[in-house]
Design a protein around this ligand. Structure first.
Ligand code: HEC
Length: 475
């Protein structure tokens, strides 16, 4: 009898030890992985700070963490190691599941950790200069999401060397994500006509663009490494592209961007831009593949990568094929979501030697089964910047060996871009805006010169001869 009681008690104690409680097991997981977004006034639709908040959603929490819908993190493990990775371990997911299955007990009050505190102000300290939307923007209570580009004059009378950027959403309930561009040529002002903003979706509506920073909920300020400040030419405007998601109430937003300035850069930097305009996705097609790539003209270290597509994009894979034949996986997103795009910064810069070919392979789903498809019924979709168009883009932000390499790299990568255009374009006279009008005239002439068999196109051999000629002239 006594033995039985002991056995029963021990069993009960073991079960108690094994059953996770909010205070002992769940709060630490939620506080460090969910609270950045799930707290009052933040982007997520509810807070997860108190026992009551979490307990009534225990089952839902178990489901969305099991499926890895939450926390939102799109990059597949094993394909690039990134900073600020938001992934729960298998053990944490099992604990959340166990807790829900056992009736979500609260546990011992003495074990409850203190809830995290968050800085409401600037995360990276007071910036040297704050750029704010000139007027608050009004968003109606409902209706579709809005994507808007705001032009903010920087009024710089000299070039600026930017050490850090911090986007600070004003109304976190409606600001879903933001991308910052710099515009030295007044393109955005022209698009905004008399006002200071204009609707924009896939990009800022002009080219060439230089992307400065991206922000999504839970994101952190971007701080340049030593010697790596970013030069913003005087007279530039900032263009803030903000994605607004209506909250059910009429809202206003006047977000801002803080910057700190430093010394001119001493380390060379560059941007690698991969892009395909050869996108023609038939209505109903559920597996449409777009491939594109570019050859890296110098030894580089990749600091960050930004894949980009719209609502039909599903699977996005970027690999680097090194000259020695090895393949370096850069990133793989299996379930692309336009609402969770952004720059992925590598934990350690990824070294790619000269001659490496970086290739994107994106798959699109234009069927009714794609719940994000903006067209019902699906329609034929082509390249473009509108919601109902598609894009296949990747930006790689790279570090060069020295500052002296920077100007040459810019020219070389421009040439590689032209090479890709010549290799895949349907129409050689339909130049993308990234190729300047001056370059177009010269390029047209070169195309006609190197088109030995006069068929109006450059076959692979002709293109190779042209590129070798142009590359030789750059050195
Ligand atoms: C980076 C911000 C962010 C983080 C971190 C985050 N969430 Fe969310 N969560 C959201 C947003 C935003 C939504 C609303 C749905 C959406 O926009 O995707 C959401 C929705 C949810 C939902 C409702 C899902 C549904 O089907 O309606 C649950 C449950 C949830 N989150 C749980 C969690 C848990 C648990 C964690 C931590 C393990 C977490 N979230 C981390 C932003 C976040």
């Amino acid at each position: 009898m006594r033995n039985l009681i002991w056995a029963g008690l021990a069993g009960a104690m073991a079960a108690a030890a094994a059953t996770p409680t909010f205070n002992h097991d769940i709060a630490p997981i939620l506080y460090s992985n969910c609270a950045t977004c799930h707290r009052p006034g933040e982007v997520a639709p509810f807070s997860l700070l108190t026992y009551q908040d979490a307990a009534k959603r225990a089952k839902q929490i178990a489901t969305v963490t099991q499926s890895r819908f939450m926390p939102p993190w799109k990059a597949e493990p094993g394909y690039g190691e990134f900073q600020n990775e938001r992934r729960l371990s298998d053990a944490q997911i099992a604990t959340l599941k166990d807790w829900a299955a056992n009736g979500a007990p609260e546990g011992n009050a003495s074990e409850k950790p203190t809830p995290p505190t968050f800085t409401d102000g600037w995360q990276a300290g007071q910036p040297d200069k704050v750029f704010k939307l000139e007027q608050a923007y009004s968003l109606p209570a409902d209706g579709p999401d809005q994507y808007r580009c705001f032009v903010i004059p920087m009024n710089l009378d000299h070039d600026a060397y930017v050490k850090s950027f911090e986007f600070r959403p004003d109304n976190r309930k409606i600001v879903h994500h933001a991308i910052v561009f710099s515009d030295p040529d007044g393109n955005a002002r022209r698009l905004a006509r008399n006002g200071n903003s204009y609707p924009c979706f896939g990009g800022p509506g002009f080219a060439p663009i230089s992307m400065v920073a991206g922000w999504a909920p839970g994101g952190s300020p971007s701080v340049a490494g030593p010697g790596m400040s970013l030069t913003v030419p005087k007279g530039s405007d900032l263009v803030l592209q903000i994605h607004y998601h209506p909250s059910g109430k009429a809202e206003q937003d006047q977000s801002s961007l803080g910057m700190t300035f430093g010394d001119p850069p001493t380390v060379g930097r560059g941007m690698v831009f991969i892009n395909s305009r050869a996108i023609h996705i038939p209505a109903g097609e559920s597996h449409y593949v777009v491939k594109a790539g570019i050859t890296i003209p110098q030894d580089v270290e990749v600091l960050g990568i930004t894949p980009h597509a719209h609502y039909l994009g599903k699977d996005m894979k970027i690999d680097a094929k090194l000259p020695d034949g090895t393949v370096q996986h850069m990133i793989w997103i299996k379930d692309w979501d336009f609402n969770w795009q952004g720059q992925y910064r590598y934990k350690e810069p990824v070294k790619l030697p000269k001659g490496t070919r970086v290739e994107i392979e994106y798959t699109y789903d234009n069927s009714v089964a794609n719940i994000r498809n903006p067209s019902h019924p699906p329609v034929n979709v082509h390249w473009g910047e509108q919601t109902t168009d598609e894009m296949a883009v990747a930006f790689l932000s790279v570090k060069l060996k020295s500052m002296d390499d920077q100007a040459l790299f810019q020219k070389q990568i421009g040439l590689e871009f032209i090479n890709e255009f010549l290799a895949q374009a349907d129409n050689l006279n339909d130049f993308p805006p990234e190729i300047s009008p001056q370059a177009r005239a010269r390029l047209s002439m070169a195309i006609s010169l190197f088109d030995r068999n006069h068929d109006g196109k450059l076959d692979d051999e002709e293109r190779k001869t042209l590129m070798d000629f142009l590359r030789a002239r750059l050195q």
